[in-house]
Design a protein around this ligand. Structure first.
Ligand code: GAR
Length: 195
């Protein structure tokens, strides 16, 4: 069975959905949750689900991304993951790190890529007057938020939406999309999931 490690930075609601569906259905095995922030709420949630959790504080390494990533790689490589999922992981990874997991690293991004890579996606979609928003799961390549798309979920933007209200609607779809993509990906199927 494919071994899956998950990187988070915060509350980890996508991570919880990935772990719960893997545990319920057995389509893959969650072997490690790691965070760049020791205060990330998702670490305790992972442990409560019986998954090993590790924190490597990026602030301890200043601007030295390579040193941070070397430290992050220690628990990660020890867990021997086949697939690495970024789930609300808010650090940009260096091309060296990405190369190491090329073809087996996924990310979820809260926009309909290629629209709105980067931050503040919901505010940008509302400001642009878009009729819909959504989320994308894609393979991670060295270029930010630009790898091959493996699935997208769409929601309408409603009158009176602000970024928080839209984010909550999109997050609901993220929770269905990411497990659906990982389920296929772990079985070697890269057909995009469309929700
Ligand atoms: C999610 O909306 C995810 O798409 C986004 O952060 C949130 C994490 O929520 N990711 C990014 O913005 C990546 N650039 P979670 O910690 O509850 O899963």
């Amino acid at each position: 069975m494919k071994r899956v490690a998950i990187l988070i930075s915060g509350g980890g609601s996508n991570m919880v959905r990935l772990v719960e569906t893997m545990q319920a259905e057995g389509y893959a095995a969650p072997v490690l949750v790691a965070s760049n922030d020791p205060a990330a709420g998702g670490l305790a949630k992972a442990r409560a689900l019986g998954v090993a959790a590790a924190a490597v504080d990026h602030r301890a390494f200043g601007k030295d991304r390579a040193a941070f990533e070397a430290a992050l790689l220690e628990p990660l490589l020890a867990a021997e993951p086949d697939i690495l999922c970024l789930a609300g992981f808010m650090r940009v990874l260096t091309p060296d790190f990405v190369r190491r997991f090329e073809g087996r690293m996924l990310n979820i991004h809260p926009s309909l890529l290629p629209k709105y890579p980067g931050l503040h996606t919901h505010a940008r979609a509302i400001a642009a007057g878009d009729a819909e928003a959504g989320c994308t799961v894609h393979e991670v390549t060295a270029e930010l938020d630009a790898g091959p798309i493996l699935g997208q979920g769409r929601v309408p933007i409603e009158p009176g939406d602000d970024a928080d209200r839209l984010a909550a609607r999109v997050l609901n779809v993220e929770h269905r999309l990411y497990p659906a993509v990982l389920r296929r990906y772990a079985a070697g199927d890269r057909t995009p999931v469309l929700l």
